[in-house]
Design a protein around this ligand. Structure first.
Ligand SMILES: C[S@@+](CC[C@H](N)C(=O)[O-])C[C@H]1O[C@@H](n2cnc3c(N)ncnc32)[C@H](O)[C@@H]1O
Length: 484
């Protein structure tokens, strides 16, 4: 398997390319440290939350003590509380211990990710603090920041555990079948004149399994994502789980690629406290990865035509806007060594969007970029709901128009009221599926396949008392030739 562009290196490149100003570099740096802190503080954070719950129970009991002293008959808090919640009870100790072990299990995985990225692990941070003469105040991750790490663990379970296989197959199998049907490897000469297998982009690739699955069939794949917590974990799973095996019988490792792959036991749902049936369900484990990520066999062919696999770190429009006609001329003048620079010769033969299109703050911009990224006849594959990630905040309210100015761009009250929001919330428009479909056709695509109402989960906990079931659309569309 080809080496993946290290997300962090790419992230830094991206930062240098787009932000020449020191403040932006500082922001990138701070964001990186903040994400690492969240990774490092994971177990402490969740153990502290659990201590908080225990304290609340103790306060309830203390309150109940006062009531019981009155000697009134009937149930009291201490008489009805489950044993697992009674401080000092053996069952409560057992559960606290099991919970603590689950946090340590997850921390072990997260520390392995950090170590692979050359960042201090939670244990190393602790050791450094103990050795330090000076007492430093600790900057703790916020609940919001930690929820991103909880999401990473759930995404690892979706993409790389046997338990996630049903969730994956609903989406990824459709994508793979459509690629094999409309872009079969043996007929690639019809699609492209360049050597090598068809090139497929997987934007918003998350933990990377779809990109990996497509690559394992023999396609060249370029995954991309802008979330640093996700990128750190995907880089580790894809590249860091294989370790050289020195215990082979032959003892001669030279020139061979004998390795074993590490698997981890993680408890991805410990942060969930609502709709939990049993404590055991909350801490239950999955094993990741369920396959050896480095097991992709080298597909036959000369080294020049072997399929490539790369991952880019960065925002979709920033990474691929160089394909837009207005940017092409500008980019020809830029330093040719920039890795993200794309010439029209490197256009893609397919773009596989799984749960991605609705992440757009401006869907028309995504669609136009996708159009220009594709060769004539290239495929857009889309699977997902329409959650519109940037929707639901910053609505224009009647009182914003009180001053009579109907132009929301100019309305200072509106902007003042929403100044704390990311600007993308203020530009997001929610389109219906029919409207999205119409835009795809208007952009110059022919719809080859369309399936609606496909039930699909996303990072679901199958033992939860609540299930979010999306009724997704699957679409395969072909970019028409310019003449058509
Ligand atoms: C809902 S997840 C889907 C992940 C994966 N495709 C899957 O099906 O499991 C959306 C992914 O897109 C990424 N993402 C969202 N907006 C993005 C953008 N503008 N540029 C790059 N990545 C983006 C997120 O970080 C996240 O990993």
């Amino acid at each position: 398997m080809d080496e993946i562009h290290l997300p962090l290196a790419a992230q830094k490149m991206e930062a240098h390319r787009h932000h020449n100003d020191d403040n932006d570099d500082d922001e990138e740096e701070e964001h990186f440290h903040q994400v690492c802190r969240s990774y490092q503080q994971y177990a402490t954070f969740h153990q502290t939350i659990q201590q908080g719950v225990n304290q609340r129970v103790e306060r309830l009991l203390a309150k109940s003590q006062g009531q019981e002293d009155g000697g009134k008959p009937g149930p009291t808090i201490s008489s009805i509380l489950p044993l697992s919640m009674m401080p000092h009870h053996v069952e409560s100790h057992r559960q606290n211990k099991a919970f603590c072990e689950a946090t340590v299990r997850n921390q072990f995985f997260l520390d392995s990710v950090l170590r692979y990225s050359g960042v201090m692990t939670s244990q190393e941070v602790l050791k450094e603090m103990q050795q330090s003469k000076r007492r430093r105040s600790i900057e703790w991750a916020t609940e919001d920041q930690m929820s991103k790490i909880d999401s990473v663990l759930k995404s690892v379970a979706r993409d790389w555990s046997a338990e996630g296989s049903h969730e994956r197959s609903v989406v990824y199998d459709r994508m793979l079948m459509a690629l094999e049907k409309y872009l079969p490897l043996c007929r690639r000469e019809k699609m492209t004149t360049d050597a090598g297998p068809p090139r497929i982009a997987v934007p918003g690739s998350g933990l990377g399994r779809l990109a990996w699955e497509i690559h394992s069939k023999g396609y060249s794949v370029q995954g991309s994502d802008f979330s640093l917590p996700m990128l750190l974990a995907s880089d580790f799973v894809l590249n860091g789980c294989a370790v050289p095996d020195f215990n082979t019988a032959s003892g001669d490792m030279e020139g061979t690629s004998v390795h074993r792959w590490r698997q981890f036991s993680i408890s991805p749902w410990i942060a969930e406290t609502k709709n939990v049936t049993t404590f055991e369900n909350r801490i239950r484990t999955v094993t990741v990865p369920d396959v050896d990520p480095s097991s992709i066999q080298n597909i036959a062919g000369s080294s020049e035509t072997a399929p490539e696999f790369t991952m880019l770190a960065g925002e979709f429009l920033s990474l691929y806007s160089s394909f837009l006609p207005q940017k092409q001329a500008h980019h020809e003048c830029m330093d040719k060594n920039h890795s993200h620079q794309h010439s029209s010769g490197e256009k893609f033969h397919g773009i596989a969007c799984s749960f991605f299109l609705d992440t757009a703050p401006s869907l028309p911009d995504y669609l136009i970029t996708i159009y220009h990224m594709l060769v004539d006849g290239g495929l857009l594959l889309h699977f997902g709901p329409l959650m519109y990630h940037w929707s639901g905040h910053g609505a224009l309210l009647p009182r914003d128009l009180d001053n009579g100015n109907e132009n929301c761009e100019m309305n200072s009250r509106y902007h003042g009221r929403n100044s704390f929001l990311d600007g993308r919330y203020l530009s997001s428009v929610d389109f219906t599926w029919l409207e999205v479909r119409e835009m795809i056709v208007n952009a110059g695509f022919e719809i080859l396949e369309e399936e609606i109402d496909i039930p699909a989960n996303y990072t679901a906990n199958r033992h939860s008392m609540m299930e979010v079931l999306y009724k997704c659309v699957f679409l395969v569309a072909k970019k028409k030739n310019a003449q058509q």
